[in-house]
Design a protein around this ligand. Structure first.
Ligand code: PMP
Length: 356
């Protein structure tokens, strides 16, 4: 029986994406060949890459606005160093918001390239909120932020107004909500949450910010080279790109980001309402910064752990334990999570009241 999968990533994808992807492994486009055995330069795969790149821009409302979409490798962790490599001059500086573990990892990489200013941090409070009220230096090469903190369950609801280019790690909430994406100059996201399997990273970049760092950039880390090569500088991760395309098509068929966001809001409200109503639970993140993707919560009395764990496992739920740096539970309710599955979890939380 299919489980209710709350894993933080790799994570749930739409069932119809799994089915179409399985079919393509056996017989892609009725070609008599598997997607896994065709050349990345074949007509069929070039069409996949082209559509994935253009559909990503279309869904974000960025078509014709000077942006390029790329499907690269190396995960978001490689994007951490590609951002300063491509955007920061020798001896330059960049501004970072320290909102969690992944922001810290991005900061660590940037420090190898130049002065890295942490404009604000919520580290002292174990990243239970998004820092606010900070200044971004006007001479920074860019400002970097993490839109959704996968581990701590916090999400930026507002982005600072600034004249410096904005770089955003949207790994765990890309395509989940409407934003004015033209306010961002560089967006990157590991595919393995809202978009596809692990193995590719979506990069959306405003072309005009590139080729200004004056650095000699290794080819594989050079966004401009990847754009010139139409995201085929080397063999791309063909299967990860194909499955990402299927997910993007699924988002479009649902009515695009606006429709998906509506459902995401309903799912998050259902779960947070139960966390707030049920005296046996408490939320881990500051209410105003709560993530609609990763819902972190704790038992008010840890003695109930064994009973609760038994209940959710019996309900066919998987992937619920929280990250070790927060403890408790983390329900990742990405785009593909049906509201019916969220209801199963809420019912289990209610059931705990009758058991303790
Ligand atoms: N940023 C965020 C917000 C993440 O959640 C993750 C992974 N969970 C990463 C970066 C690192 O991504 P990758 O494993 O693709 O390098």
């Amino acid at each position: 029986m299919k489980k209710h999968n709350y894993s933080a990533g790799p994570s749930i994808l739409p069932q119809e994406v799994f089915e179409k992807a399985s079919q393509a492994v056996l017989n892609f486009n009725n070609s008599g060949l598997s997607i896994l055995e065709i050349s990345h330069r074949s007509k069929d795969f070039v069409a996949v890459m082209d559509e994935a790149r253009s559909l990503a821009l279309e869904l974000l409302g960025l078509t014709g606005k000077g942006y390029q979409a790329l499907f690269l490798q190396g995960g978001a962790s490689t994007a951490f160093l590609m951002a300063p490599y491509n955007l920061m001059k020798e001896g330059g500086k960049a501004a970072y918001l320290d909102s969690g573990t992944w922001a810290t990892a991005a900061i660590k990489e940037a420090k190898n390239f130049g002065e890295t200013i942490i404009v604000a941090s919520s580290k002292e409070e174990n990243y239970n909120h998004i820092p606010k009220g900070y200044e971004i230096p006007a001479d920074a090469a860019y400002f970097h932020c993490t839109s959704n903190n996968t581990i701590f369950g916090t999400q930026m609801k507002d982005f600072p107004a600034t004249n410096v280019p904005v770089v955003c790690d949207m790994s765990s909430d890309i395509f989940s909500r409407e934003l004015d994406f033209s306010k961002f100059d560089l967006i990157y996201a590991g595919a393995q949450k809202n978009m596809g399997p692990a193995g590719t990273t979506l990069v959306v970049v405003k072309e005009e910010i590139l080729e200004k760092s004056g650095r000699t950039i290794p080819s594989m880390l050079d966004y401009a080279k990847h754009i010139k090569a139409e995201s085929m500088y080397n063999t791309p991760p063909v299967f990860a790109v194909y499955v990402s395309l299927l997910t993007l098509q699924w988002i479009k068929s649902k009515g695009g980001i606006a429709a998906v966001e509506k459902l995401n809001n309903a799912k998050a409200a259902l779960l947070y309402n139960e966390i707030d109503r049920n005296p046996l639970f408490k939320g881990a993140a500051a209410v105003e910064d709560r993530s609609n993707m990763n819902v972190t919560f704790l038992l008010t009395n840890p003695d109930h752990t064994e009973t609760f764990d038994k209940l959710w496992k019996e309900a066919n739920i998987s992937g619920l334990p929280g990250h070790r740096s927060v403890g408790g539970y983390r329900a990742s309710i990405y785009n593909a999570m049906p509201i019916e599955s969220v209801q199963v979890l809420v019912d289990v939380m209610k059931a705990l009241e009758t058991k303790v």
